[in-house]
Design a protein around this ligand. Sequence first.
Ligand SMILES: *Cc1c(COP(=O)(O)O)cnc(C)c1O
Length: 465
Amino acid sequence: MISYISTRGGGSPQSFTDVLLKGLAPDGGLYIPDEWPQLSTEDLRGLSGVPYADVAYKVIAPFVGSDIETPVLKRILSEVYQGGFSHAAVAPLVQIAPNVWMMELFHGPTLAFKDYALQLLGRLFDHVLEQRNERVTIVGATSGDTGSAAIEACKGCKNIDIFILHPEGCTSEVQRRQMTTIDAPNVHNIALKGNFDDCQNMVKSMFGDETFRNDINMSAVNSINWARIMAQIVYYVTAAVALGSPSRKVSFAVPTGNFGNVYAAYAARQMGLPMKRLVIGSNRNDILTRFFETGSMKTGSVEPSLSPSMDIQISSNFERYLCDLLGRDTKNIALLMKSLKEKGAFTLNTDVMQRARDEFDAFRCTDEQTKGLMKACYAETGYILDPHTAVGLNAGMQVREDPTIPLVALGCAHPSKFPDAVEAAIGVRPELPPHLADLYERTEHLTSLPNDLKKVQDFIKQNIK
Ligand SMILES: *Cc1c(COP(=O)(O)O)cnc(C)c1O
């Protein structure tokens, strides 16, 4: 049975539910499975034509082990994936050119791929908390997409209170309204007078305040939670199988920020899914592309781009891949991460980099190129790309030396989430899908608070159940 170890080697092996609730390992490392469960050629053949929820069970069950009983896990997966998504295929493929497909991951409640994992995470949390007779308070900071996906995931959960801080006046109107128009007694939006860094620092300070953290049983659903990665492996399998796997190899192109989504693709490959190329797209915040070019991971400053959900300085989940790349030498990982934190950089040797370049390709895309591709794609095919999706597709198109290999580009957000960028590129303002058509008329629920730790803590204490 699989257990989970920290990328930095600390602590003892943990079970799935412990890792689910803890998120980060106590030594600051990320949890990874101690081995990769395998999908055999026969297994993959058997998944052809199988509904998404059933593929999800096949992929996820070995990671969960005996922590959740089979009928319960099956019920949760079917509740999440046979009702919570607006397309019957859940993650449908749409062909836009010969052997080029978009995998649309925006059919969840908040129109970005984060729903595919967070919808499941909310249910898993609620189930495990119920069993343990516990209650948690989730506190998170968001600059946009993650906050609304987390709120949607937790709004119906009995054992969770959720507080999401966003910088007042700094998110797009669609993004703010997706968070603030949820009317549920356990959901609290805090508009903080400050910027995104202030919000993040506020959450960190609260985690650092042990008394407060224990008082409210504080937790997080951030992008380093293993269960999010696990849930994202599923759609790589459904896409590959639909396009002929295991008889045919497929390439994937993934717009990348925190390295969560593309790491899930890597995990699928480790589990036995045949893959040709795995392509990373970065915007001008190109720490990953520079790493693959130079062999050095070197942080810079975050610059705003047309694809804001990828405006990051450090790709947290990269540590998980690094651990495999270095043969699970956890002592070495701890040293490299220390170097990244203290000196802002680490460098790998040429042998290691050769292996890394065999496994991934990476390309950057400027805002001009992003707009150019959105425009050309719309003109040639009528298909509207959101700016993040365009960054990934742009990267994928650069490795098309063999056009017989199907390319799947991940459609990470619905274009109506970024109407200004889309309108600037193609001259058409994309409309919100039917379930959100009245978003601009809905009542907002939010509390504006000063950038003051004590005041925010008091607000949280007064509002938890
Ligand atoms: C979160 C997000 C990304 C980045 O994904 P990572 O898993 O952090 O690499 C890309 N596009 C959109 C639309 C997102 O919301």
